[in-house]
Design a protein around this ligand. Structure first.
Ligand SMILES: Nc1nc2c(ncn2[C@@H]2O[C@H](COP(=O)(O)OP(=O)(O)OP(=O)(O)O)[C@@H](O)[C@H]2O)c(=O)[nH]1
Ligand SMILES: [Mg+2]
Length: 371
């Protein structure tokens, strides 16, 4: 690429499963679009059929996808997704969401982008979102943090490599909770700036945009990481992606389908003492989308996008990540889908299901020293 062509801004938004990466990216993308900039988004998952891709495309964004392995282990897939976006319309800004169970993003993604694409991309400071529900327990060292020590290790390492931290879900936190989380972050990651946001309301996004705008020595916090512990932590999660076709003779509410599946999954996982990392379901009918989520055992299931649509035919995608054996997770999902459909007098056909434990990460590149 000639040096006269302006560089594409490359923004990675990190954070644990369910932290609010996709919601943050959608809001940032809207902000850039309002400034007249072309925006491309890259989503990422260990398998195909991504709720995030459907949700962001449904919101009208140009979305490339790396499905089947994470950016770190398939850097070539990230390159290909970016080239594909460029072939539609050259983006001014690319927003990319790494998989929420991955860490070492600076050494395996940020540094390769900076080294191999220094003329093409201006890589923004790397921000990582703190998920309050699990963060409060993990950072305070609570005995029952919901996840195993190995998964908690990943959670902490994700925050450790950030140039700045994003304390999200401000709309739900009391002033006491905000100061408690601020203190936990301050003692675990001294000197790292913290931006307070609500991706739901947009609070704090001016400060977030300013943080991302900074130029300088960023993306250099290379982790000292034990890949054995990291691999074990990831493998302790059950991972499931399913795509479904739902039919009924009388119209049913698409929102009830998405929320009903998530609520039933919440109940059955709680009954088996399995901590959800993130359960998400998208219902799609015509141009309408309904999205429901659950981010932890002690927060309510939420309809994050209402469609207000009734229909006799819909497609649905279920993405579930929880600390449970993947085969058992699949049983939970099948039962939750069947029971929800029965209550709506609808029938579900499972088109494709992938359920597994994430494999040991093996990065395409890993730079142990920063440039
Ligand atoms: N109340 C509130 N909810 C939020 C906020 N940000 C995200 N959420 C909700 O949290 C849930 C998870 O958000 P996502 O943006 O999907 O999280 P993610 O980090 O992309 O999750 P993964 O892709 O699974 O790793 C959704 O229900 C969002 O609507 C926020 O600031 N406030
Ligand atoms: Mg996401």
């Amino acid at each position: 690429m000639s040096s006269s062509v302006p560089k594409i801004r490359f923004i990675l938004v990190g954070g644990f499963l369910g932290a609010g990466k996709t919601t943050t990216i959608a809001r940032l993308a809207n902000a850039f679009r309002e400034q007249g900039q072309n925006v491309g988004i890259v989503t990422n998952d260990q398998a195909t059929d991504l709720v995030d891709t459907h949700a962001l495309r449904g919101a009208g964004f140009d979305v490339g996808e790396v499905a089947g392995s994470c950016f770190c282990c398939n850097f070539n897939g990230l390159e290909a997704a970016v080239r594909e976006l460029e072939s539609h319309q050259r983006p001014d800004v690319i927003l990319a969401e790494p998989v929420g169970s991955c860490t070492d993003i600076v050494a395996t993604v940020v540094q390769p982008l900076r080294r191999l694409y220094q003329d093409a991309f201006a890589v923004a400071p790397y921000g990582v979102i703190l998920k309050p529900s699990h963060g409060r327990k993990i950072l305070s060292g609570a005995a029952k943090a919901g996840f195993s020590p190995n998964a908690a290790y990943i959670f902490r390492k994700q925050l450790e490599e950030a140039d700045f931290l994003i304390l999200n879900r401000m709309d739900e936190l009391s002033p006491d909770e905000v100061s408690q989380l601020g203190e936990l972050l301050g003692s675990a990651y001294p000197g790292v700036p913290v931006v307070r946001t609500s991706a739901k309301t947009g609070a704090g996004f001016d400060a977030l945009l300013q943080m991302l705008d900074q130029q300088g020595e960023f993306g250099r916090r290379i982790l000292d990481l034990d890949y054995d512990v990291y691999a074990e932590g990831e493998a302790e999660l059950g991972w499931l992606n399913s795509s479904l076709r739902i039919t009924a003779t009388e119209p049913f509410a698409l929102d009830d389908l998405a929320l009903g599946i998530v609520q039933r999954l919440q109940q059955s996982l709680a009954a088996s003492n399995s901590e959800p990392a993130h359960l998400k379901v998208i219902g799609i009918s015509g141009g309408s989308h309904a999205v429901a989520n659950l981010v932890s055992s002690d927060t309510p299931a939420a309809l994050s996008l209402a469609s207000n649509r009734r229909t006799c035919r819909a497609n649905a995608v279920v993405n579930a990540r929880a600390s449970v054996d993947p085969q058992i997770l699949e049983q939970h999902v099948r039962t939750a889908v069947q029971e929800t459909c029965r209550s709506l007098e609808a029938t579900a056909e499972f088109v494709r299901t992938q359920s597994f434990r994430p494999g040991r990460p093996s990065p395409t590149y890993r730079y142990a020293e920063a440039v």
